[in-house]
Design a protein around this ligand. Structure first.
Ligand SMILES: Cc1ncc(COP(=O)(O)O)c(C=O)c1O
Length: 371
């Protein structure tokens, strides 16, 4: 099984024996009968059978030789990944997910290191920042600016400089790109988004390129205890079964909306990796469900637009089947280089004409005051 759609539908199921269930069971047990004389599960903070189907399926999708390590959230996964690097300088995109930068800065500063932020699309700038770094964190596309990195070139330069390469693959999903094959040492996911896909769980995962990194991250997860609940993990795998269908539809909706928005007279700027105006289209993953939009009329118009939608949900997060949008600078931690009027649109699986009609009426209401 190597085709993603087949892996998603088939992987992580119980053995094909007469009478076995189609889905893995949810085991609610914190501890296991274990007298210490035989191998087997001991304690559910270490390992539990409800994690395994999710972890094996994600590993198969990312092309990892080692199971993914499920975590209680994407942020718990990022914390584990950053701790796998020795203390020191961390190079990161200036437009990475803002909480990832907060955690990286807190960690680096406590350990006497620092975070150097760069334009991750500017490979020369990234490479110039690498000497002396212990890790480079990559998002491609970045959240929320949708910049695209040259992952293989940065990974090779990072390895020459002795730095660990961590790729947050939340936006692209393993269907869009497989960072391990591009040179990453660690891949991180907020499974909360596209993987689980229904806005009903908070979950994360890391994957490693080597056994040593896998073991170090397994130890960190086990000892710090940022472990996932069995129900959430089961729900995430259930949601993931339809990822290929959802991501295809979401990407098609996003690309079509980006195209139409580019021609809209009330729109100042639009970004999506599929647009001819994107400066690094050739680095785009095979799919992206996020579009950014700056309406004419600045921040006030952007706020009015969010309020004026009837179908698009005003909400943070992304990757659900329902379309949502928000103005990113409403968060104090968002980078000051993200425009005040930038709206991040998370496209869902709804009918394209319904999505377009609602955006168009909200734009007219927000920018011109027309209903
Ligand atoms: C790119 C990216 N990485 C990580 C996270 C954090 O994930 P979680 O909310 O599951 O902790 C987010 C959340 O928005 C994100 O967008």
């Amino acid at each position: 099984m190597t085709n993603p759609a087949t892996i998603l539908a088939q992987s992580g199921r119980p053995d094909r024996i007469q009478g076995s269930p189609v889905n893995p069971p949810i085991v609610l047990s914190s501890t296991y009968r274990n007298s210490g004389t035989e191998p087997g599960n001991i304690y559910a903070r270490w390992d539990t059978e409800t994690w395994n189907p999710f972890e094996e399926t994600l590993a198969a999708l990312e092309g990892s030789a080692f199971p993914a390590l499920v975590h209680s959230s994407g942020m718990a996964a990022i914390t584990t990944a950053l701790h796998a690097a020795p203390p020191g300088k961390i190079v990161a995109p200036r437009h990475a997910y803002h909480a990832s930068l907060v955690v990286a800065r807190e960690m680096a500063e406590r350990e006497g290191g620092q975070v150097v932020t760069v334009d991750i699309a500017d490979t020369d700038e990234v490479v110039a920042a690498l000497p002396g770094a212990s890790a480079v964190l990559i998002e491609s596309p970045t959240n929320p600016m949708l910049e695209l990195a040259d992952i293989p070139t940065i990974a090779a330069a990072a390895h020459d400089a002795g730095a660990l390469v961590i790729v947050d693959n939340t936006f692209a999903t393993p269907l869009g790109q497989q960072p391990l094959a591009m040179g990453a040492d660690i891949v991180v996911h907020s499974a909360t988004k596209y993987l689980a896909g229904h806005s009903d769980v908070i979950l994360g995962a890391v994957l490693a390129a080597t056994e040593d990194l896998h073991t170090r991250m397994w130890n960190y997860r086990t000892h710090t205890g940022a472990v996932a609940g069995p129900m959430e993990t089961w729900l995430a795998l259930r949601g993931m079964r339809t990822l290929s269908l959802r991501f295809e539809r979401i990407t098609a909706n996003a690309a079509e909306l980006a195209k139409r928005l580019s021609d809209h007279p009330l729109v100042e700027a639009v970004a999506h990796p599929s647009l001819p105006s994107h400066p690094h289209r050739e680095r785009a993953p095979k799919g992206c469900g996020v579009v950014t939009l700056r309406p004419k009329g600045g921040r006030e118009a952007a706020d009015r637009l969010v309020e004026a939608t009837r179908l698009w949900l005003p909400a943070t997060s992304l990757g659900g089947v329902e379309s949502s949008l928000e103005r990113r600078r409403r968060f104090v931690d968002e980078a000051s280089t993200v425009p005040e009027d930038l709206l991040r649109l998370s496209c869902g699986i709804e009918d394209i004409e319904d999505l377009w009609e609602d955006l168009d009426q909200a734009l007219r209401h927000a920018v011109t005051g027309l209903q």
